[in-house]
Design a protein around this ligand. Structure first.
Ligand SMILES: [Zn+2]
Length: 346
């Protein structure tokens, strides 16, 4: 029986061994099992205990049954071992599966918590207030980043200009056909071709003009009730914007002609059967400020030559009131001049 106990202890030791090496364990168990037979035979040779009957036949029978019991126990142990190994293998497989599930879950969680990849954003909606207002223009559309990051933005407060003998701007404006649209940001007038201004030896053709209320520009901190921006373009596509400040006073003929032809609906285009004389928008004195700036609406492109007439023009209170019913506020706030040179007529 000592052998059986040793065998059982041995099998327990095997059962705690890794399931990774079942063949040696099986071999070990088989070897132990094999070793039990000689032991049983040896036991059969031993003299029978004093208490036993001295019959050689009975002793042989006892030895035989003991050997059978031993074999039976060995078989049980082997079966038990196989079961334990199977259980261990199942536990290891379950642990491996759990690890895999955990990794998959971690990956899933990571995918949820990681920031989405940056995609180009491209809303075209902007305004002068709230979430789509000037402070956020650069974030609304990736093509409008200059509104945020530009260093030559408009409008600016015109102060500390360098007073020099600025050359006169040459205007070549004439009565022209036009169309009017309320584009959702302002009233814009597109003018027929052939209206030019020339400055610094470069001619720019008038494309369109539009209105802001209050004026976007300031002069030494002073704002005006409105401003007209006359957008010109040279053959290379460079822009020059002439700004004419508007203050309350007598009515302006050209403005009245535009107001007379306002479309009833936003984005509808009116093509009046009359002409417009843009020269009526020019003040008598032709002194001006000049600096390099940008469009004052998205996409805020820079490289725009600004020409701001020093003498404001007038519009009647009724003309002012009419525009303010459509656009009480459509002016971009003042931008940093960022050390830009401002020149002004002496
Ligand atoms: Zn403008």
């Amino acid at each position: 029986m000592r052998n059986l106990i040793a065998l059982f202890a041995c099998s327990l030791a095997i059962s705690t061994a890794s399931a990774n090496d079942p063949p040696p364990a099986a071999a070990h168990a088989a070897a132990s099992h094999g070793a039990s037979k000689p032991a049983a035979a040896e036991a059969a040779k031993e003299p029978a205990p004093a208490s036993a009957k001295p019959s050689a036949k009975a002793a042989a029978a006892q030895a035989l049954s003991e050997a059978d019991a031993e074999a039976e126990l060995s078989a049980k142990i082997a079966a038990r071992l196989a079961l334990m190994r199977a259980n261990q293998a199942a536990r290891l497989a379950a642990a491996a599966k759990a690890r895999k599930v955990a990794v998959t879950r971690r990956e899933a969680v990571a995918a949820i918590t990681q920031p989405a990849p940056v995609r180009p954003f491209h809303s075209d909606h902007w305004s002068y207030e709230g979430e789509t207002g000037p402070a956020n223009w650069g974030k609304i559309n990736s093509a409008w980043s200059k509104c945020d990051t530009g260093t030559r933005q408009s409008p600016i407060d015109l102060r500390d200009g360098m007073k020099v003998d600025l050359e006169q701007i040459t205007f070549d404006y004439k009565p022209s056909g036009f169309s009017v649209v309320d584009n959702g940001h302002t009233v814009q007038v597109t003018v027929g071709g052939g209206n030019f201004l020339t400055v610094q030896n470069r001619s720019y053709e008038l494309m369109q003009f539009h209105f802001h209320r209050p004026s976007e520009e300031r002069v030494n901190g002073k704002g005006f009730e409105m401003v007209v921006h006359m957008v010109h373009k040279d053959p290379e596509g460079k822009l020059a914007v002439l700004a004419v400040l508007l203050e309350r006073g007598k009515g302006n003929n050209m403005i009245q002609t535009v107001w007379n032809n306002l479309p009833l609906e936003k984005l509808d285009v009116v093509n009046p059967n009359v002409v417009l004389d843009v020269a009526e928008m020019l003040p008598q004195r032709r002194d001006y400020f000049t600096f390099m700036g940008s469009l004052t609406t998205p996409p805020c492109n820079e490289g725009v030559l600004w020409l701001v007439m020093k003498q404001p023009m007038q519009a009647s209170p009724a003309q002012m009131a009419l525009f303010s019913r459509m656009y009480p506020l459509n002016a971009r706030p003042i931008q940093s001049s960022a050390g830009r040179m401002i020149k002004e007529s002496n």
